[in-house]
Design a protein around this ligand. Structure first.
Ligand code: RB5
Length: 170
């Protein structure tokens, strides 16, 4: 049977094949972009959970949101999308969590490398640097791009995992 799927349904098919849940979160500076990403995920029936902020709150702190998202990925697997003003704070915070490979992404090239080379299980987007429409485009690209599984990239990721096992003196 040939399925005639619209472009918008492809992320849903990616979920059926890969079976991963997407956890999303933002601070106030990423709130609008997160809402746009949510809208896109809802419209493409892509399974996700919004872990906050649930309303615009100028005093919220990005590490709190990064923590909630990363702990869920540690427990349940899946992938994460974090948005703050520059994406940098979320990236720094997320990479403190064992098993998380968070990449700061701001254009197509950075998204492709994050997926194909770094096998990033979290992307962080800069809500104050790029438009929310660009943010949504980057999410679409990330969801359809897979890890290359090339030996050199596996080797490099294995070395990063060794840092987490305490095999190097930090
Ligand atoms: C919040 O004002 C801002 O500092 C934060 O969203 C983020 O850009 C930090 O990296």
């Amino acid at each position: 049977m040939i399925l005639n799927l619209s472009e918008g349904k492809k992320p849903f098919i990616a979920y059926l094949l890969l079976k991963f849940m997407i956890f999303i979160g933002s601070d106030h500076a990423g709130f609008e972009m997160k809402e746009a990403i949510k809208w896109h995920l809802e419209n493409t029936e892509t399974p996700f959970e919004d872990l906050g902020a649930h309303q615009f709150e100028v005093e919220d702190d990005y590490p709190d949101i990064a923590k909630v998202v990363c702990e869920r990925i540690q427990k349940e697997g899946g992938k994460g999308i974090l948005v703050c003003g520059t994406g940098q704070g979320m990236t720094i915070a997320a990479n403190k969590f064992r098993g998380i490979r968070a990449s700061l992404c701001w254009n197509e090239a950075t998204v492709k490398v994050a997926a194909e080379h770094n096998d990033a299980n979290v992307i962080a987007l800069p809500g104050r640097i790029i438009s929310k429409e660009e943010g949504v485009k980057l999410v679409k690209l990330w969801l359809k791009t897979s890890f290359s599984k090339e030996e050199r990239h596996n080797r490099r990721i294995t070395k990063i995992k060794e840092f987490e096992k305490g095999k190097v003196h930090l």
